[in-house]
Design a protein around this ligand. Structure first.
Ligand SMILES: C[S@@+](CC[C@H](N)C(=O)[O-])C[C@H]1O[C@@H](n2cnc3c(N)ncnc32)[C@H](O)[C@@H]1O
Length: 263
């Protein structure tokens, strides 16, 4: 390592887990207790902020009420600047930093500047929220493959995006992040791709935390039921036969099952 690089602090891209503070990893907890700078955003459990030392410099880079998130280049710049004058910087992100968390972009930005960077994986919402609702994302009898996919991209016939029809044919189960806004179009595409109208589906809002909500529905009715129930972000959408394998007694958090459908 060059003398310039060794003079720089290390940035740890740390997964905060899905919401329940107890799902933080031991390594993440140790780093939070030792860091002298913390950069965090909106989906980070607030209880974790109490773990950092009193003198730790804190930067919030998430979405404030009525405002957009801090643009990614600004977050990258904050991290690089901190590395020049701090020793141990924790960049705390909801869930896992490398799964729809833009951790890859931040790591590349820092590495290109010779800044030491390490990644601490976290428990992702796409597995934890279903687990707290008693739904396994794979099952020997009901799902041998699962796809983690973003529902955030606009579904636009002019532009190639997520191939929902292809996924309907190729993946047993779908775990859809940021899918609520486009839920109606996503469901239409999956049905057009060959999924049956009664394919089991679910929406889990605020997974693993108090207030967790669970909606079970046939795919064809999912968008209407989610809208009628005022389901909101953050939510995970699940599609596939695994949803019908739900074991209610597995839920550690009281998951309110709304409009339950007996699959
Ligand atoms: C930008 S992505 C970040 C995902 C994160 N890196 C992870 O691994 O869980 C944000 C999306 O994750 C999902 N999400 C995060 N936390 C959640 C929770 N507690 N319950 C349900 N969905 C959650 C929602 O789909 C939300 O819109």
């Amino acid at each position: 390592m060059s003398s310039q690089a060794s003079a720089l602090g290390t940035v740890y891209l740390v997964g905060a887990g899905p919401g329940d503070p107890d799902l933080l990893t031991v390594k993440a907890q140790r780093l939070l207790q030792q860091c002298d700078a913390l950069v965090y955003d909106s989906l980070v459990p607030k209880a974790l902020l109490d773990l950092v030392p009193a003198g730790c410099e804190r930067h919030f880079v998430g979405k404030r009420r009525g405002h957009h998130s801090v643009p990614q280049p600004s977050t990258n710049a904050v991290l690089a600047e901190l590395a020049g004058r701090r020793r141990l910087i924790v960049r705390l992100k909801g869930g896992d930093p490398f799964l729809f968390g833009r951790g890859g972009e931040e790591a590349a930005h820092l590495a290109a500047r010779g800044i030491p960077v390490q990644v601490v994986p976290g428990v992702t919402a796409g597995i934890a929220a279903p687990a707290y609702a008693g739904i396994p994302v794979t099952h020997r009898k009901a799902g041998s493959s699962v796809t983690f996919v973003t529902g955030h991209e606009e579904i636009d016939k002019q532009r190639p995006g997520v191939d929902w029809r292809g996924l309907a044919r190729s993946s047993d189960g779908l775990v859809i992040y940021m899918g609520l806004h486009n839920l109606r179009r996503i469901a239409e595409e999956l049905l057009a791709g060959g999924l049956a109208a009664d394919t089991p589906a679910a929406v889990i809002q605020q997974g693993t935390v108090e207030g967790q909500r669970l909606l079970l529905s046939p795919l064809a009715e999912l968008a209407d039921r989610a809208a009628a129930g005022n389901f909101a972000s953050p939510s995970i959408v699940l599609v596939g036969q695994v949803v019908a394998q739900r074991v209610a007694v597995c839920s550690p958090a009281p998951a309110a099952v709304e409009m339950p459908i007996p699959f």
